[in-house]
Design a protein around this ligand. Structure first.
Ligand SMILES: *[C@@H]1O[C@H](CO)[C@@H](O)[C@H](O)[C@H]1NC(C)=O
Ligand SMILES: *[C@@H]1O[C@H](CO)[C@@H](O)[C@H](O)[C@H]1NC(C)=O
Length: 361
């Protein structure tokens, strides 16, 4: 048991997964990328000079040690496969709680008084008894006067989108009314005989924007040491993702905008107005990610967009879905700040989460 604990902690911290991508020529002009490359070259030449200084017989044995190290990476890969299995197994235990959460959020189920007891409410009550009594009287009146009583927890997920920086960066004003219809986000792990992946499912109530009830995003992972560079293996990496088609109702697609363009007829000199659809900023572009292709290099912008996307997918899986209510109340945001969140750590370490793979092909 004591051996397992630090490892579990490792995963909770969200560090157990790397994100990889390819680097373009433009990225090679990026000082950070160049520095990473220089480090690599330095360490390679450093190890070369150590090896050179060794007697032949010792060098031979060090090579044997390195081969053992390669064997270790394969055992490590197996370890991560079992961790994935364990996560899959435990997700089944969490699921009934997540289902209950969804039912309360959507208003399908009204929790009992007992289920609504919360300890700190008592303390607050004692301290603010008088104040509360007055307030409660006013509140009750308000609710009575207000014909439309709130159903479930209105704007539960939208509130989370607004308060988590990484998500609010993507959120546009025109996305908000749509996300009011979001009722649940689920994480589904790939099965034991499938390539390692996880799927985010966004469940919507019927709405006037699109006909889908579920929007999906699949994150594919690689959990094998690279044959060419086995020592770089540090656990599962997200390597690719797939979105889904959104069947927008006519005129409701917020991911495109229609622009009018004047077009002159050369011969006659008359002008006519044509309309053209161009991409528009929207969270819903999340379901139409950039495709990684083995024979096409991504430019720097795409590289960055994809790395951010992978990071968001990871954050949904590790943080938001397991502890949604704490992001709704803001408690998880405080935790992230005070405990130096995965993201702060990353920025300091530079390469712990979004690793650029310079050795690609
Ligand atoms: C290391 O792996 C190689 C190749 O799979 C295998 O032949 C060898 O027996 C392994 N060595 C040990 C000590 O397990
Ligand atoms: C496109 O984006 C702009 C600015 O965010 C927004 O005002 C507009 O409503 C969007 N267009 C559509 C069709 O959603």
């Amino acid at each position: 048991m004591p051996l397992i604990l630090p490892l579990i902690h490792f995963f909770n911290a969200g560090d157990g997964m790397l994100l990889s991508g390819k680097v373009s020529d433009q990225a090679m002009q990026n000082p950070q990328v160049l520095a990473a490359l220089q480090d690599k070259i330095d360490s390679v030449s450093h190890s070369a000079s150590i090896m050179d200084s060794l007697p032949k017989s010792v060098k031979r044995r060090v090579n044997a040690l390195k081969n053992l190290q390669v064997n270790s990476t394969h055992i490590e890969a197996k370890f991560y496969k079992e961790v994935h299995e364990l996560e899959r197994k435990y997700s089944a235990l969490y699921q009934p709680l997540f289902d209950k959460r969804r039912n309360i959020v959507s208003g399908e189920v009204e929790p009992t008084d007992e289920e609504c007891e919360w300890q700190s409410d008592h303390e607050d009550e004692a301290a603010l008894a008088e104040d509360l009594k007055k307030k409660a009287a006013i509140e009750e009146k308000k609710e009575d006067a207000n014909e439309e009583k709130p159903k479930g927890v209105p704007e539960f997920w939208l509130t989370i989108f607004r308060s988590v920086d990484m998500l609010s960066d993507m959120l546009q004003e025109h996305d908000e009314p749509i996300l009011k219809h979001l009722q649940d986000i689920k994480v589904i792990f790939s099965g034991p005989d499938q390539p390692m992946s996880f799927t985010l499912e966004f469940h919507f109530e019927p709405n006037e924007y699109f006909t889908n009830t579920v929007l999906t995003k699949v994150y594919k992972m690689k959990s094998e040491p690279d044959a060419e560079d086995p020592f770089s293996f540090e656990g599962p990496e997200i390597i690719d993702c797939d979105g889904c088609q959104i069947d927008w109702h006519k005129g409701k697609d917020v991911t495109v905008k229609t622009i009018k363009k004047k077009q002159k007829h050369k011969g006659r000199g008359t002008a006519r107005v044509i309309t053209k659809q161009v991409p528009n900023d929207s969270f819903f572009n999340f379901f139409n990610p950039i495709k990684v292709s083995p024979d096409k290099e991504l430019d720097e912008d795409s590289e960055y967009t994809l790395a951010t996307d992978f990071e968001i997918g990871h954050f949904f899986r590790e943080r938001i879905v397991p502890r949604a209510v704490l992001y709704f109340t803001g408690e998880a945001l405080e935790d992230d700040e005070s405990s130096n969140s995965v993201f702060c750590d990353d920025e300091e370490e530079g390469d712990s989460k979004v690793s650029v793979n310079l050795d690609h092909n």
